[in-house]
Write a protein that binds this ligand. Structure first.
Ligand SMILES: Cc1cc2nc3c(=O)[nH]c(=O)nc-3n(C[C@H](O)[C@H](O)[C@H](O)COP(=O)(O)OP(=O)(O)OC[C@H]3O[C@@H](n4cnc5c(N)ncnc54)[C@H](O)[C@@H]3O)c2cc1C
Length: 476
């Protein structure tokens, strides 16, 4: 790998702060250093990081747990490295700095008739954060996760300094970084493959089901659409538990005519670059009393949402940005869960493990887990690094109040079923997995440790998540 020598020393401004992820649980104090230039990172890793405090990069802090914080150590805030370096429309490639957000990038690309092939459920994540978690979207069964679309990355490692890394130049580092949770190096820039944006609309087929069996049947049938996702009602009781609204969609071709009624609202939604730059319609205020969000309220809300959806509709035009990022309409919605915060449990169970998947739903039902929001979908084949989450099978993401009684043992019971089925939980959503479960869930763990030993032999890259799971050599 080609190594770029560090430039003259500059001191990074830092302040002690209490940090958490989106779930607002597991807070810890770190010294946060605001990165302004690539050289800041190169110099820091070459010198100050060796003080023994350890360091981890942090993007927009949309991970749900403790991945982007480092108790008693340093955290590099990468959000100011937010320049879109170049867009090559002919070769369909974009080069962006680590802290550029998906929303920023999509808005610029849309203005040139291009778009990102994979996006998560919020546009507020950074490019490097998306890479470090190897994020997936509603089209994983077709297009894989972001890892499939990264062609090159500029990565700074403690042992090697700054290098442009491709699968050809350093295959191990390249793949270990895709899903590597920031523990293989600091990503400074990345080149991603992009694709033409046919139109700012998708056409959605929507089906409403009455219970879990019907939902699983419908989701198991062959998928013909590019995007597919089910919203599940896991609070409904009896045979209605697991009823769903399943939406399967494809981009609308450019020539398709969308009836613009009511004109103003639809037309505004279709102005893709503008919608992507727009702020939320409403912000949840600080200090929101979590007690307002209770199982009873959420049960009623879910029932309303279910009833408001059509039983069956075909080809419904939906504006792209609200279709991909519905939760972004409500700013700081994590405050709805009050001071105790929220926890998201996301599992994947390989195809063929449908009996184990049903056992997971049984545990949720038997333990009366208050799953306020549940999203279910099918993944395509695995690709990416040893810590990448997706594998061909079924994924369920369940949002729960962190203070719910009996939560930990219930999730540990789920862990056992998931690991036994050859599945895993998503580390970027995790805040409580026990380190003993990690090797069962991530069988290529040794490959990850070997790569860390090569690029970070002194173990400078450290995070709370890494320590908790034994990923950076020190168990908490
Ligand atoms: C509402 C919501 C919806 C979501 N929907 C999805 C979804 O549909 N699919 C999905 O896959 N995920 C989803 N996520 C999770 C989210 O995409 C990931 O957690 C993502 O990694 C967050 O990026 P970030 O910029 O906020 O990074 P952070 O949360 O700040 O950090 C996440 C990880 O990236 C690392 N990292 C950050 N910057 C760098 C860097 N420059 N170099 C190296 N490592 C770095 C951190 O160390 C950390 O390990 C969702 C999250 C929320 C809040």
């Amino acid at each position: 790998m080609s190594v770029i020598e560090p430039a003259a020393r500059t001191a990074l401004a830092g302040e002690e702060r209490s940090l958490s992820g989106w779930g607002r649980t597991a807070r810890s104090r770190s010294r946060v250093l605001s990165v302004r230039t690539v050289e800041d990172v190169v110099e820091f890793l070459a010198s100050e990081a060796r003080t023994g405090r350890g360091v981890i990069a942090r993007g927009a802090a949309r991970n749900y747990g403790d991945a982007a914080q480092n108790e008693g150590g340093d955290v590099l805030d990468m959000t100011r490295l937010n320049r879109i370096v170049s867009i090559d429309a002919e070769r369909q490639l974009v080069r962006a700095q680590a802290g550029v957000t998906v929303g920023q990038l999509m808005a610029r690309l849309a203005a040139q008739g291009l778009t990102l092939p994979v996006v998560p459920g919020t546009r507020h994540v950074t490019v490097a954060g998306a890479i470090a978690s190897d994020i997936h979207g509603k089209n994983h069964h077709r297009d894989g996760g972001i890892a499939r679309h990264v062609t090159s990355m500029s990565i700074c490692t403690p042992a090697g300094g700054l290098a442009e890394v491709t699968p050809a130049s350093d295959e191990e580092l390249f793949y270990a970084t895709l899903g590597g949770m920031g523990l293989t190096g600091v990503v400074l820039e990345a080149t991603l493959a992009v694709e033409p944006l046919a139109s700012p609309w998708v056409a959605a087929d929507i089906d409403r089901t009455d219970g879990l069996a019907q939902t699983l049947d419908l989701m198991a049938s062959e998928e013909h659409h590019r995007y597919s996702v089910a919203w599940l009602d896991l609070l409904a009781s009896g045979s209605r538990m697991g009823r769903a609204v399943i939406s399967q969609a494809d981009p609308l071709p450019a020539e398709a005519v969308v009836p613009l009624r009511p004109r103003g609202r639809r037309a505004a939604a279709a102005d893709c670059p503008a919608t992507l730059r727009r702020g939320p319609l409403l912000d949840v205020p600080r200090g929101f009393p979590g007690a307002l969000l209770r199982p009873g309220t959420m049960r009623a809300f879910n029932a309303l949402n279910w009833r408001a959806s059509p039983r069956r509709t075909r080809g419904r035009p939906l504006a792209l940005a609200p279709y991909f990022f519905p939760l972004d309409a409500l700013g700081e919605w994590n405050r709805l869960y009050g001071p105790a915060g929220l926890l998201q449990y996301q599992l994947v169970i390989p195809s063929g493990g449908e009996a184990e998947l049903e056992r997971c739903f049984e545990v949720i039902r038997r333990r009366r887990l208050p799953v306020y929001l549940a999203v279910f979908k099918r993944f395509g084949p695995a690709f990416g690094g040893p810590l990448s989450f997706p594998l061909a099978g079924w994924t369920l993401a369940a949002d729960l109040p962190a203070g719910a009684p009996g939560l930990r043992p219930a999730l540990e019971e789920l862990d056992e079923i998931v690991a036994g089925a050859g599945g895993r939980v998503y580390l970027t959503k995790d805040v409580r997995l026990r380190s003993e479960m990690l090797a069962a869930m991530y069988p290529q763990l040794e490959r990850f440790h070997a790569e860390r030993a090569r690029v970070d032999p002194e173990g400078l890259l450290r995070s709370d998540l890494g320590r908790r799971l034994g990923l950076c050599g020190e168990l908490a």
